[in-house]
Design a protein. Structure first.
Length: 614
């Protein structure tokens, strides 16, 4: 791209800015480094096609390496870059760091893997590191021109004028200086070598606009690799990493890419009215969403107020009933206390009775003792039959809210009758993979799609985030589960924009030992005439071989055929293990077992029983 073309395009953009068609903020957003949040300084192009400042790449690589060292030495690390937060590397990333050349005893450790600040994906710079990145000269030029446009009031003065200097009109890229018209003519006389220098408009960015090959530092890039989509030199094409790639000339690539970019820009500009209309529509949708949300909040609040009113009414009635019962019981107990206090007041009755017993005159004793005996008998009966007049327990007034709690716990938004799916624990299976099956208890096929969520349960991650996976049927297989771990599962159905409540959480446990997956052995005892093994050696079927078809005429009564065997490709010598096989429903006779080495050798050396019934 020549300087005049860049100048005309930038002038066109600035013209659009002045007309208000392109705002300064929109352009500034494209010129900001995602790491330091400032205008780009010496930007480099990452393999993911995002740009980043040279100094930011160095800082990120340094702090990523520091985090890698810290994580390798301890489980917790809080080291982070002051400019960008670097997440702790995963085991896979640490493995790649180790493979990229890091050694514990190395004096100059380095890492070439870090997360791109723009897309957050891991970027691998390869063995050359930063030296293998191209410098984004075009972006650097646009940033410099943006800076000049932003500070248009501050003119660039001539570097060679006598004080006071004049305003410069040109900048020589070879001399790295700015000149006014008179000084430029004096220092670049016609017919000399300096007259051939490259000059541009006034600028403070004097850098050589030459793209050198990162693999061959002394070679300029002059071709474009269509496979890797990057500039290369002729040595890369002759015997380098792009030898077998399709390349084109730089001028052809420049013309093609410029035409595509120009068409895309024209298309975006032509769709300006459409975009504005869509923005207006989105604004209306935001207002409508806000109104509907407030209305839904108000309706939900009113419904809960109704529930609160019902609960308050029931609460008041229950408290009144308990209070009345309490007062009645207290009255009965108080009456009983008064009765027994009367017995204490009649304690003189006992003394009086003892004195009556001293009477020796029989007629006088009988006359007095008759009435006294009645009184003594009443006191004795009341003592023998002591029982509180009221119960102290209020068990009859305990309110059972179990069902109400379940109903309130299931309280959710209106789902238009969409049935809640339930996970079938009997049909679900857990190995190193999980087969989760669910069903509808009320309405069959009431949902179109399902979202199955699962999370690992352990003490370290009590609030682990749910991971979701979409399913179109009533079952789903989940892979990459850890051994000897508990997982919680839940599912909900979707029908259009309506979703059902979440199902009851089901907790399943993976086996303590890893699942041993083996294949069938096609080299040991395998008869290809009567057994058909699939290419992956994961399933086998029996078929009628040619000798059996020839001998079919000699079979007169019954159905006799051979019982063929096939073994697994790996054996287990110790430990406790369990086996699981899947047998098709159309199978006639299948025998599954575990054979020792002795029996296996005996079976392989003995002749087969041709007439064994199957």
């Amino acid at each position: 791209m020549c300087e005049s073309d860049e100048g005309s395009e930038f002038a066109y953009i600035m013209k659009l800015i002045k007309k208000g068609k392109v705002t300064i903020k929109n352009i500034e957003r494209e010129l900001i480094c995602p790491a330091c949040k400032e205008l780009f300084t010496h930007p480099l192009i990452l393999p993911c096609q995002h740009s980043i400042c040279h100094k930011c790449v160095k800082e990120i690589l340094f702090f990523t390496l520091e985090d890698s060292f810290t994580d390798l030495g301890s489980e917790s690390s809080n080291q982070s870059s002051p400019r960008i937060r670097i997440h702790s590397p995963s085991l896979d990333r640490i493995d790649r760091v180790n493979r990229s050349g890091w050694k514990r005893n190395s004096l100059t450790p380095r890492t070439t893997i870090f997360p791109c600040p723009g897309c957050r994906h891991d970027v691998d710079l390869g063995e050359r590191g930063i030296n293998g990145l191209f410098r984004n000269f075009t972006l650097e030029t646009i940033v410099e021109r943006y800076r000049q446009a932003a500070r248009a009031a501050t003119a660039i003065m001539c570097d060679v004028c006598k004080p006071p200097p004049q305003e410069s009109t040109k900048s020589c890229m070879d001399c790295s200086a700015s000149y006014c018209n008179e000084c430029f003519k004096i220092h670049h006389p016609w017919g000399t070598v300096k007259a051939q220098h490259e000059y541009v408009g006034p600028t403070t960015n004097f850098r050589p606009k030459i793209l050198m090959c990162p693999e061959h530092e002394m070679e300029r890039v002059n071709m474009y690799c269509e496979i890797c989509r990057r500039p290369v030199c002729h040595l890369c094409k002759l015997g380098g990493s792009h030898a077998n790639h399709r390349v084109t000339t730089m001028s052809t690539a420049y013309k093609t890419l410029k035409e595509k970019l120009s068409k895309d820009i024209e298309y975006l500009i032509s769709k300006e009215s459409q975009v504005k209309g869509q923005i207006s529509e989105l604004g209306l949708l935001m207002k409508e969403t806000e109104c509907n949300g407030e209305r839904a909040k108000e309706e939900a609040s009113n419904n809960f107020d109704k529930l609160f009113d019902v609960l308050e009414e029931r609460r008041s009635a229950a408290l009144r009933a308990i209070e009345a019962s309490k007062n009645l019981r207290l009255e009965k107990l108080q009456t009983q206390i008064e009765e027994y206090q009367g017995l204490l007041e009649n304690s003189g009755l006992v003394g009086y009775a003892q004195e009556v017993l001293k009477e020796t005159d029989q007629s006088c004793f009988v006359q007095t003792a008759k009435q006294l005996h009645v009184r003594i008998q009443k006191a004795t009966e009341s003592l023998k039959s002591f029982r509180p007049a009221a119960q102290t327990s209020f068990e009859d007034y305990v309110i059972d809210i179990t069902k109400q709690e379940e109903v309130l716990g299931d309280l959710s938004f209106y789902s238009s009758g969409l049935d809640v799916p339930e996970i079938n624990e009997e049909k679900s299976r857990m190995y190193n993979k999980a087969l989760i099956c669910w069903e509808h208890l009320v309405k069959e096929d009431s949902a179109d799609t399902y979202i199955l969520e699962y999370r690992k349960l352990n003490r370290e991650e009590e609030n682990a985030t749910w991971q979701e996976i979409e399913a179109c049927s009533k079952s789903k297989v989940i892979s990459d589960l850890e051994n000897n771990s508990s997982y919680a599962f839940r599912v909900r159905g979707y029908k259009g924009s309506i979703c059902s409540p979440w199902s009851r959480e089901v907790i399943l446990h993976t086996p303590a030992a890893p699942v041993f997956s083996f294949l069938f052995d096609d080299k040991c005892g395998y008869n290809s005439e009567r057994l058909m093994l699939n290419p992956r050696r994961t399933s086998v079927e029996s078929r009628a071989g040619f000798p059996l078809l020839l001998g079919a005429e000699r079979i007169q009564v019954g159905c006799y055929t051979t019982l063929d065997y096939i073994i697994g490709d790996t054996g287990i010598t110790k430990g406790k293990h369990f086996w699981a096989f899947h047998v098709e429903s159309y199978s006639y006779l299948v025998k599954v077992g575990v054979a020792s080495n002795t029996k296996l050798k005996e079976w392989l050396h003995n002749p087969r029983d041709v007439t064994s019934p199957r």
